[in-house]
Design a protein around this ligand. Structure first.
Ligand code: FE2
Length: 394
């Protein structure tokens, strides 16, 4: 395992690739209007804004869902030539874009392309009476892109966070019961902690290098197939870090094992095209969050009961962490615990969110630890394999 020095914000103040926030996560889905209700009901997002035929969007419909500092956009195409329709047909619903807020999207795009990125689209500036939004995008692994977004006037991100309109062609959704229910029963998801990409065999290092050279990310930690393997399946993963605590992007590739790797199962359902395997949302009270999500019917991965026979010796004994949350409730809720020399973390993973096993959500609560639950990998992957087997894909 290697740990790189973090990039400090001071080092990047004049950098056109200084990322100030995660502007949004965009998913391409088959039916955005209905998917919005799923994510609002199961994960407690507020359906805040929309953009469709009635607001002047002729080719696609989008719903902006918000919770904490997470802005999730669900987009469907309105005709079969739209890329969202074509990708949904090929890959099912999934993450298309992790968009970054920057000072000047055109300059960020120019620098990224100079650094070796392939352009998805050149800078587009949209202005109306409220303000200006500029977007430009580059391609990353597989189906995914990163859009740079810069905002002026009433569209500045601080104003969007305070309830302002997201960008031209968006309108505020009307208030309705589900939004009110979510205010009264919060799920407590606060921000996107990390998002994980699955790439093909032998491609991990290429994308590690891409994030380093194109976006200036640094290698955070490296897990090899000795860390992440069970009797049957294995994967390798390297974590790329944007610096200043904004986002980490672990990149997985399958490793050879006796049976099929979970990464390979993903790739089998995308015809080998890389993409986002999971989004990890951070919360500050894992017990409250998982209780509320379970109440709403979210299906989480089940761990063997034996997990809790060993976990406290490992985390509080060997790793010397003092977990302040009620141990009995942690077990009842099926939450996983791990620690490193900086502290501990609580985490839990949902089952696939759709019929193709190509996307799940992680809930993570950090108490000092900046790691990813390496100590849970074995138990977790054994549990994942059971599910893979139930799907006939091991
Ligand atoms: Fe994760």
């Amino acid at each position: 395992m290697t740990t790189a020095l973090p990039i400090t914000s001071a080092m990047r103040t004049t950098d056109p690739l200084a990322l100030t926030d995660i502007d949004s996560v965009r998913m391409y889905v088959g039916n955005a209007k209905q998917a919005a209700y799923f994510y609002a009901h199961t994960f407690g997002f507020k359906i805040e804004q929309y953009s469709d035929l009635t607001t002047g969007s002729r080719s696609e419909a989008s719903y902006l869902l918000r919770q904490g500092n997470i802005r999730l956009i669900l987009t469907s195409g309105l005709h079969e030539e739209h890329p969202a329709c074509q990708e949904v047909a090929r890959f099912g619903d999934g993450v298309k874009d992790i968009a970054f807020t920057v000072r000047d999207a055109a300059l960020s795009w120019q620098q990224a392309v100079k650094n070796g990125a392939i352009s998805e689209h050149e800078p587009i500036q949209v202005t109306d009476a409220t303000g200006t939004v500029t977007t430009a995008a580059i391609r990353t692994f597989g189906r995914c892109i990163h859009t740079f977004v810069s905002r002026r006037g009433g569209y500045e991100l601080s104003k969007v966070k305070a309830g302002g309109v997201f960008m031209p062609s968006y309108a505020r959704a009307k208030e309705f019961t589900l939004n009110q229910f979510n205010i009264e029963h919060p799920c407590g998801l606060e921000c996107l902690d990390h998002c994980v990409g699955n790439v093909g065999l032998g491609e991990m290092n290429r994308w590690v290098q891409w994030y380093s050279e194109v976006l200036g990310f640094a290698l955070f930690k490296h897990f090899d197939d000795q860390d992440i393997s069970t009797e049957y399946s294995a994967l390798m993963s390297k974590v790329m870090d944007s610096g200043s605590g904004l986002i980490k992007i672990p990149i997985n590739e399958p490793a050879h094992g006796k049976r099929k790797s979970q990464v390979q199962e993903y790739l089998d359902y995308t015809k080998g095209v890389a993409g986002i395997q999971h989004l990890a949302f951070r919360c500050n009270d894992a017990l409250e969050t998982v209780t509320e999500l379970r109440r709403r019917g979210v299906d989480f991965l089940r761990l063997p009961d034996t997990y809790y026979e060993k976990v406290w010796d490992r985390v509080e004994g060997e790793l010397n962490a003092k977990v302040t949350e009620d141990h009995r409730r942690i077990k009842e809720l099926g939450i996983l615990v791990d620690a490193d020399d900086e502290g501990y973390l609580l985490q839990l993973f949902t089952m696939p969110l759709q019929d193709r096993p190509t996307l799940f959500i992680e809930v993570i609560c950090r108490r000092g630890s900046q790691s990813f639950g390496k100590g849970n990998f074995r138990a977790l992957f054994e549990s994942l394999e059971l599910e893979q087997d139930r799907r006939g894909n091991l």
